[in-house]
Design a protein around this ligand. Structure first.
Ligand SMILES: Cc1cc2nc3c(=O)[nH]c(=O)nc-3n(C[C@H](O)[C@H](O)[C@H](O)COP(=O)(O)O)c2cc1C
Length: 377
């Protein structure tokens, strides 16, 4: 199967296969954003399970309290992450990249900071935050770097048609792209040409008045023109479509159709977002750009992943919840042990745990093993 063949990103990074574990928040870091043993064990399991590329949960570039989410906002986070990366490299052939994120304030009171609220000074500080975190990531020994330009967060909100700023950072697509372009350029100069740099972006926002494929094609073209080595296409996850619930911070994933497109539930078809990646891949190709393209979203089995690759819809296939459910998903399929794979039922209990700020596990771990331990081989 093509899925198990090695793949080289931009002549810079050789992956043992074409399976990606995309970012999936674990909530296993300390409240200060540091690596814990439990977090280390989680990622080591993915590595032992045989995945080609692990992209970590979103790692904050900003010096701010964020609960149990990883951070690269200060040098003090380097040793912990170095321990994590070294252990993954020692235990496997898996490669590993952090997903760098910048996010705005949100509170239970219902308050949500928007891109329109930021001062020019605050906006102009953002590229430096990414660049500094990227330097730290390189020092840690990560194999690649992903910029989070998708879903509900700052960068995606600037790119969105929902961005109603009246200055150089809002309104026209040219203006909405401005910050992302500077972030890519500054990050690239911080890490140099030899390290793989990618970005995750929405193929479509699935909100009324939000970005559709039309805008996403343009965004991808612009970012590819800046020399990104890969573009990972996801969808949805916008606050604009989330439904407010009393006493809870607005959640862009658990309520609303846009959220469902980011983490497609069982009632959505298989490979529901692959056409977005396919369309953008072909658009880029026609314009002479060939970054590695990654798709994600309800790809349950190796045979569905293979269909995506055979159709040329993506170069790499990301599988999140099924690998959380059974970290040995890649190895088992590769060894023909299809029946041994513990199958994700896309119940989204993991998504709800994340939303409730609880440690993220799979409910099936418990049911099958009588404890919360995932399959170990
Ligand atoms: C609990 C949970 C946490 C997630 N955290 C992130 C994240 O930090 N960054 C990101 O880009 N996507 C995140 N995602 C989205 C996944 O990377 C993936 O795109 C999505 O789950 C669809 O893929 P799947 O159907 O294979 O699960 C998360 C998904 C879940 C379920």
């Amino acid at each position: 199967m093509k899925l198990f063949e090695p793949y080289n990103i931009a002549g810079k990074l050789e992956l043992p296969n074409r399976i990606v574990m995309p970012p999936l928040v674990t909530r296993l870091a300390t409240n200060e954003g540091e690596v814990t043993e439990e977090l280390m064990d989680r990622y080591l399991l993915y590595a032992r399970g045989g995945v080609g590329l692990i992209i970590t949960e979103a790692v904050s570039v900003k010096k701010q309290k964020s609960g149990p989410l990883l951070r690269l906002s200060e040098d003090r986070f380097i040793p912990g992450l170095k321990g994590l990366v070294d252990q993954i490299h020692d235990a496997s052939n898996s490669k590993v990249a952090p997903q760098l994120i910048h996010f705005l304030k949100i509170s239970r009171s219902g308050y949500r900071q928007k891109v329109e609220d930021l001062t020019l000074e605050e906006i102009r500080a953002i590229p430096q935050l990414f660049a500094e975190a990227a330097c730290r990531a390189r020092e840690v020994g990560f194999d690649a770097l992903e910029l989070h330009f998708a879903h509900a967060y700052t960068m995606s909100s600037f790119l969105s048609r929902h961005n109603k700023r009246k200055d150089d950072y809002g309104g026209s697509l040219k203006n909405r792209l401005r910050l992302a372009q500077v972030v890519v350029e500054r990050t690239r100069s911080a890490i140099g040409d030899n390290m793989v740099l990618g970005a995750r972006m929405n193929g479509e926002e699935f909100t009324l008045g939000g970005n559709t494929l039309k805008q996403s094609r343009e965004i991808a073209l612009s970012l590819a023109g800046l020399g990104l080595d890969y573009i990972s296409i996801t969808a949805g996850g916008k606050f604009e479509d989330a439904v407010a619930r009393d006493g809870r911070a607005l959640d862009p994933y658990t309520t609303g159709y846009s959220g469902h497109r980011a983490m497609p539930p069982a009632w959505m078809p298989e490979k529901v977002n692959a056409y977005l990646c396919a369309d953008i891949k072909r658009t880029l190709d026609r314009q002479g750009h060939n970054p590695t393209m990654i798709t994600a979203g309800r790809i349950p089995t190796a045979s569905v992943a293979e269909e995506v690759l055979e159709a040329g819809d993506a170069d790499l296939v990301a599988v999140a919840r099924p690998i959380l459910c059974d970290p040995f998903w890649p190895r088992k399929y590769h060894e023909g042990r299809d029946k041994d794979v513990q199958k994700c039922i896309y119940c989204n209990a993991c998504r709800d745990m994340d939303a409730a700020h609880q440690k993220v596990v799979c409910v099936q771990w418990k049911r099958k093993n009588g404890s919360v331990a995932p399959p170990q081989s």
